[in-house]
Design a protein around this ligand. Sequence first.
Ligand SMILES: Cc1cc2nc3c(=O)[nH]c(=O)nc-3n(C[C@H](O)[C@H](O)[C@H](O)COP(=O)(O)OP(=O)(O)OC[C@H]3O[C@@H](n4cnc5c(N)ncnc54)[C@H](O)[C@@H]3O)c2cc1C
Length: 440
Amino acid sequence: MIHECLIVGGGLAGLTAGIRCAEAGLKVAVVSGGESALTFASGSIDVLGSIPGQPVVRRPFDAIDCLAELSPGHPYAKIGREKVFQSLGWFHGQMAEVGLELGLASDCRENQWRITAAGSLRPTWLSQPATKAMPWECFHGDGACLQKVVFVNITGFLDFMPELAMCGLKQHPSFRSVAVEHFNINLPLEHGHGATADTMRAPQLASAMGDRDMDILARVLSERVQDAELVVMPACFDPDLGCNRLQKLRQRTGLNIIDIATLPPSVHGLRLHKALRNRFRALGGFLIPGTEVRHGTVDGDRVMSVSTGEDLLSADHFILASGSFFSKGLQSVKESMSDPCSVQEPVFNLDLHSWADQPKDFSSHQFLAPEGQNFVRSGVALNQSGQPMVAGKGLHNLHVSGAVLGGYDPVQECSGGGVAISTGWQAAENVICQVKGQQV
Ligand SMILES: Cc1cc2nc3c(=O)[nH]c(=O)nc-3n(C[C@H](O)[C@H](O)[C@H](O)COP(=O)(O)OP(=O)(O)OC[C@H]3O[C@@H](n4cnc5c(N)ncnc54)[C@H](O)[C@@H]3O)c2cc1C
């Protein structure tokens, strides 16, 4: 079967592009090699939380114009703020179609706060339902809207560290006068087949918990927490879409309980990935998992096919959404210890942002350097028409989206999810436009 569009990479960007193509009626396939960044992510969608030299961003879409002035090569600068907003709104609706109701602030153009497992506060735009991110006013400035927060862990579970989260939270000016406490709850783990929580990751813990465990949680929480406005627990409740054990626990205890992403694998990230795959398939998209594309064949300004080593996959249009270093969409190459690092895009050998090859800037020895790590900004460069290039020549039927793109720093900016979704959507719109244009 020859697809109208073939997408390389089945993470947030690739599946977003696939959903939009399938929704528009295109024959579309996604080929994906392995785990995506969603397995490690919080499952909340950050659009834009920080711009160098500016206060933390409250209205991410409004801030895109300023960002575009400072960084004209930024993926958002090429799409424009209204289309970024449109694409994110569309994404919110698509996830709701498969039962994942992501939370928005009451003003849908504003960020909310989410608490991380390290106790820091991150601005985010869409939150997982169980996380129930806090409104902006709550933690902005010196006074928090809370008097007391309690962290609760399952005894033995090692991938959530309440002490670490408490220390982190107390560093925030809004939390200096807030009482923060923690305790553990012992659970029998009804479906754990005798295994204990210290041998489990969050998704296994979620599967191991049964009704008896939920009864114990409800009883102990009701007994021990009466005066806290917020109870923070590890995200280990609802691995499946439509599962709402945390919601029931809130109802039974009357407590404001949130769950936050633990060390990976992230239950919230996996849920989001599942929702994306479900939506893509429901719209008729064809998913080819566990398959890595090794090489693309280019003839003039067109990609003709991609090879998996065993099969040659042809299509009229291609979208590359292979992620960053993390997912092998980009590779750093070092010939010898004394040589500088250089960066490559391994499938098509696409041109990259020129400064990505500058050895002295590749990385900083300070892990959390205030100016960020330059290699994070490495990635595919686009020409004025938004096309990727090989040796300076634009490719007409290849579009690029997500973390394989260069020119932005998802970590510093808190923009990873928003860039993946908006560039995935834009890549699909470009393909749809070309396909429909050909049909006219
Ligand atoms: C640890 C971590 C935490 C994060 N937390 C957040 C967060 O809380 N909020 C937020 O908004 N963003 C977060 N991000 C950023 C965000 O998750 C990513 O920017 C976004 O998911 C990237 O999506 P992507 O589809 O471009 O790439 P990826 O998710 O990396 O997906 C790329 C996919 O392509 C596949 N692939 C690669 N090469 C090939 C090939 N040759 N053939 C076939 N398949 C291939 C990979 O196996 C992978 O499945 C986080 C990122 C990380 C790493």
